[in-house]
Design a protein around this ligand. Structure first.
Ligand code: 6GU
Length: 224
């Protein structure tokens, strides 16, 4: 999979993909991430990319020309399955959306800033609008990083058997069960006996039960 990200602050996107699973996915050649600076597509002398909004009001708006120039340059090089705008008024991200997007070959993500991007870009180029939750971030970059991480780890061969996404919280609408590691006792706090028993079948049943109880207690909405 190849993911292109258009941003006014591309340096915000460096670290999130340079470690751990995202880094290994890129080293293995399974995932390619390319960030692009909107400013590189500005025709202005001062390389400006934002302007005051028509009708008045506080806050700048990212202008249409540099973003469209960037989108069309990238589109001339490959066909995108989706062009996704990260915005707090988008569809709220869920695991099911991540699962679907992990099957695509080429995604283009657009990060907003300030008051957002000119509405005409949304109407004529964007195919999906995604929010990562009901709160406002100062820009779409951190949301893009969340989306890329959530999608990237689902691409076949990115995770191995041990880290398999099949056991994640949400993958079957259940939260993950509690986990423990050594020592088996710390300050008198013991790991549940069942996990030390070696009974694979019983352990699996215990985990399923814990998943259910945890979901019932914390996220009853998922069980409906
Ligand atoms: Cl995608 N962008 C911004 N700026 N804020 C957000 C968001 C996105 N999702 C939740 N809050």
């Amino acid at each position: 999979m190849r993911i292109d990200i258009l941003s006014a602050v591309p340096s915000l996107l460096e670290s999130p993909f340079s470690h751990s699973i995202m880094r290994r996915a890129q080293e293995k050649g399974i995932l390619e991430i390319h960030s692009h600076d909107i400013r590189d597509y500005s025709n202005h002398k001062q390389k400006s990319i934002d302007d005051y909004q028509f009708g008045g009001g506080a806050g700048m708006v990212l202008m249409i020309e540099p973003i469209v120039a960037a989108i069309e340059k990238l589109q001339s090089e490959r066909q995108y399955d989706e062009i996704i705008y990260l915005t707090p008024d988008g569809t709220q991200l869920k695991q099911s959306i991540c699962n679907q997007l992990s099957l695509k070959n080429n995604l283009l993500l657009i990060c907003g800033h300030y008051k957002g991007i000119d509405q005409r870009i949304r109407e004529h180029f964007i195919t999906m609008e995604i929010s990562i939750g009901d709160y406002v971030l100062s820009g779409g970059e951190l949301a893009a990083a969340v989306l890329v991480d959530a999608i990237g780890r689902l691409i076949p061969q990115v995770l191995n058997d041990e880290t398999s996404a099949l056991f994640d919280s949400f993958q079957d609408n259940l939260l993950a069960p509690p986990v423990y590691t050594r020592p088996a006792e710390f300050r008198g706090w013991k790991v549940p006996d069942i996990l030390l028993s070696g009974h694979t079948q019983k352990i699996e049943e215990w985990r399923d039960e814990q998943s259910f109880l945890r979901t019932q207690a914390r996220r009853p909405d998922l069980l409906k």
